[in-house]
Design a protein around this ligand. Structure first.
Ligand SMILES: Nc1ncnc2c1ncn2[C@@H]1O[C@H](COP(=O)(O)OP(=O)(O)O)[C@@H](O)[C@H]1O
Ligand SMILES: [Mg+2]
Length: 265
């Protein structure tokens, strides 16, 4: 099952992606977590210490690997011939970071060439890799996607089985979430879940959803605000250290159960 986690910046995409990755892997699912943010930080949320996480070169910036696989150096552009079908089938195994026995992380980085200001071979390599894994047979793929969600591009978007749009329970954040869900729908993603994150008051949150989505009807899932997360972050610890009895863990656990029901249907 291929899961896209989308939403505007700061709403909790990385938090939800990390916790879902941890929960799926602890339940014996084989998970590949992909960070496609231009400022990747999923590694730290998965418990990789800062010093180590900072050394990771995102695939979309790995010029050396791109040259090895495409035959082109950065700056050589598209004018010259380079391989558009580079070898990528070993990347998850060779360059993936092992988080636990069932969970691997690949830091892809942003594949948005316009944003990165280049049409470099490394971005071509990262895109080829994404397309490859999206058609692979791995059990669970969780993509922590940047706000602008370039992964919504044609050729990739339709391969997701589920889009989880994360939003804070505010009108502004929900308005963006609504657009993202609409986009996912139009691109052929069959299942959508709206995750209302950092919820303090469930009644007001439900009212905000009603105001923004009106009669459209959207399935939403509440994840409560949890100071435990803030505590862990202050200590520089990953979410693998989160107490399973904490609110946020329990709420993401029930999100996981909801996803399983979709997966089996
Ligand atoms: N349920 C929650 N309760 C409290 N803080 C949260 C919760 N979810 C996320 N946060 C905090 O909000 C901030 C942004 O979360 P993050 O997952 O990095 O967002 P995004 O990936 O969407 O930019 C982080 O500091 C994170 O710890
Ligand atoms: Mg993030």
């Amino acid at each position: 099952m291929k899961i896209l986690v989308s939403g505007k910046g700061g709403v909790g995409k990385t938090t939800i992606s990390a916790l879902l990755s941890i929960i799926f892997s602890k339940n014996s699912y084989n998970v590949l977590a992909l960070d496609t943010d231009s400022v990747p930080n999923l590694a730290q949320s998965l418990g990789i210490p800062m010093e180590e996480a900072e050394k990771i070169i995102p695939l979309a910036k790995n010029d050396e690997l791109a040259e090895e696989r495409t035959g082109a150096r950065p700056g050589e552009g598209w004018g010259i011939l380079f391989s558009l079908t580079p070898k990528v089938d070993d990347i998850a195994d060779k360059y993936g970071i092992k988080i636990n026995d069932n969970l691997k992380l690949v830091v892809v980085g942003s594949i948005d060439a316009s944003k990165e200001g280049c049409l470099c071979p490394a971005i071509a390599l990262a895109k080829a890799f994404l397309i490859h894994v999206m058609t692979s047979s791995r059990e669970i793929i969780i993509v922590d996607a940047e706000a602008g969600a370039e992964v919504f591009g044609r050729g990739l978007a339709e391969k997701f089985d589920l889009n989880i749009t994360v939003s804070e329970p505010t009108i502004k954040s929900l308005a963006i979430a609504r657009k993202l869900i609409k986009m996912a729908n139009e691109l052929g993603v069959e299942n959508n879940i709206l995750v209302l994150n950092k919820v303090v008051d469930e009644i007001t949150a439900a009212q905000a959803v009603k105001r923004v989505f009106g009669g459209e009807g959207v399935e939403y899932h509440i994840v409560r605000y949890d100071p435990e997360i803030v505590k862990l972050e202050m200590l520089g610890k990953g979410l693998d250290k989160l107490n399973p009895n904490s609110r946020v863990f329990k709420d993401v656990q029930s999100l996981y159960e909801k996803i399983l029901r979709i997966k089996k249907s």
